[in-house]
Design a protein around this ligand. Structure first.
Ligand code: FES
Length: 203
């Protein structure tokens, strides 16, 4: 089973990791019912203990997102399009923490303290759990006016539980229930097509 959401713009009703469980807050419980991505390297027992997860990202195309599990949490890997990368940061003034300065030790590793919150400009790696009460936000990758979003929406994620919104770097907008940006997990690239989630590149 593929875990890649293909095509943009994304349909908000499209399947996502946890949307079916909505905001019951049962993130952990929901995982037991969700098939896991086939590219996991460690054993099930090792994963449960928090082992790093190696992911093949070779099939991920611009505008797509894939989801893998790490430490019982959904981790999103989003391949941003050239337009999304090149778009000037017009909405920084609308963000609660545009420079990712809050709770950096927990939320943003040093190598992701940049505009895209990423090692590579085109690849976003974030934990797909809202920092308010733990719902899973939905994809709203298409920019522009649409239901439940402002007319100048730049593309990102909408949490269906209480309306928190995040841009395509996982940065939360101001005056929303979610206090923080989405968590960037420790990760490193083993090659152009292999990503390791759960471990930083050590010196
Ligand atoms: S859980 Fe996301 S806005 Fe409340």
């Amino acid at each position: 089973m593929s875990d890649i959401d293909r095509g943009a713009p994304m349909d908000p009703a499209k399947r996502t990791w946890l949307i079916a469980s909505s905001c019951v807050g049962a993130v952990g419980a929901a995982f037991t019912a969700v098939p896991l991505v086939s590219s996991f390297a460690p054993s099930e027992r090792a994963k449960a203990a928090g082992a790093p997860v190696e992911v093949d990202i070779s099939a991920l195309q611009p505008g797509e997102k894939m989801t893998v599990e790490w430490r019982g949490k959904p981790v999103w890997i989003v391949k941003r399009t050239k337009e999304q990368i090149d778009a000037p940061p017009k909405h920084d003034g609308e963000l609660a923490d545009p420079q990712s300065k809050r709770n950096q030790d927990e939320l943003t590793p040093a190598y992701a303290r940049n505009e895209g919150r990423s090692i590579k400009p085109e690849l976003l790696v974030v934990v797909g759990i809202c920092t308010h009460l733990g719902c899973s936000p939905t994809d709203r990758f298409a920019a522009g006016a649409q239901a439940s979003l402002p007319d100048d929406w730049p593309g990102g994620f909408l949490c269906p539980c209480h309306g928190s919104t995040f841009d395509l770097a996982g940065r939360v907008f101001k005056n929303k229930p979610a206090p923080d940006n989405l968590e960037v997990p420790p990760h490193t690239y083993l090659s152009e097509t292999r990503l390791l989630i759960g471990e930083d590149k050590k010196a």
